[in-house]
Design a protein around this ligand. Structure first.
Ligand SMILES: C[S@@+](CC[C@H](N)C(=O)[O-])C[C@H]1O[C@@H](n2cnc3c(N)ncnc32)[C@H](O)[C@@H]1O
Length: 206
């Protein structure tokens, strides 16, 4: 699949994330206070916190939560129904949230809390409002990672990988964190169809 970055709007000084689902000020609304508090209580508990963006039906996230029980696993996915369906299978060290990752990173994640961010096969959207990766998102991820924290990305869309790699000039390649046995839906498709997969694991340069 060929992909070229669509036109996106830059994030202004207001801190709003252009195109974020329901607007990135969503979580400042009083009706979301309890949800944000619950999220903070989850990530404030002792131990490492890892986060997966676009977890789909949470197969990988839930497998990771079982395989690495000392880590607290956050899964973000904009498709609410998928999240609701997956919740019943999630162990206590997994927090599944139907929320735009751009909003979570920009507005509620404290600095230096995450040990790991996994993004398996980000959507190769042609709608500029829906593009996940951009300079501001990458800066937010860098801020949210603890020293030595690792961002792992994979995609079978070469143009998307070229675009993402171009945003990671202040990052250096590093070893991939250990994984469980589960593979994501797209990853399984790529294996079956023997599609090339691009990506890697990176940490911000000190
Ligand atoms: C191409 S699918 C890949 C799903 C899964 N990770 C896999 O490897 O099969 C991308 C996923 O990211 C989700 N997504 C897209 N933009 C998102 C965002 N801003 N925040 C959270 N999830 C997002 C989509 O709903 C979709 O489930």
């Amino acid at each position: 699949m060929s992909w070229k970055p669509p036109t996106t709007r830059e994030r202004g000084t207001s801190g709003r994330v252009p195109g974020a689902l329901y607007g990135s000020l969503l979580l400042e609304q009083p009706k979301h206070r309890a949800t944000v508090d619950a999220f903070h209580a989850f990530i404030d508990a002792p131990g490492p916190v890892a986060l997966e963006v676009g977890m789909d039906n949470a197969t990988v996230l839930i497998d990771h939560a079982h395989t690495f029980p000392d880590t607290r696993w956050v899964g973000l996915e904009i498709r609410r129904r998928k999240v609701e369906r997956a919740k019943s299978a999630a162990p206590e060290n997994a927090y599944l949230w139907a929320m735009d990752a751009r909003t979570v990173f920009a507005t509620v994640l404290p600095p230096a809390r995450l040990s790991q961010v996994d993004i398996w096969f980000p959507t190769p959207t042609e709608n500029g409002n829906h593009v996940l990766f951009g300079p501001a998102f990458v800066a937010d991820v860098a801020r949210a990672l603890a020293p030595g924290g690792v961002l792992t990305i994979s995609t079978d869309v070469y143009g998307l990988w070229m675009f993402i790699e171009g945003l990671l000039t202040d990052w250096q390649p590093t070893a991939a964190p250990p994984r469980g046995d589960a593979r994501s839906r797209r990853e399984r498709v790529c294996r079956r169809q023997e599609l090339p997969v691009y990506g890697g694991s990176f940490t911000p340069r000190a």
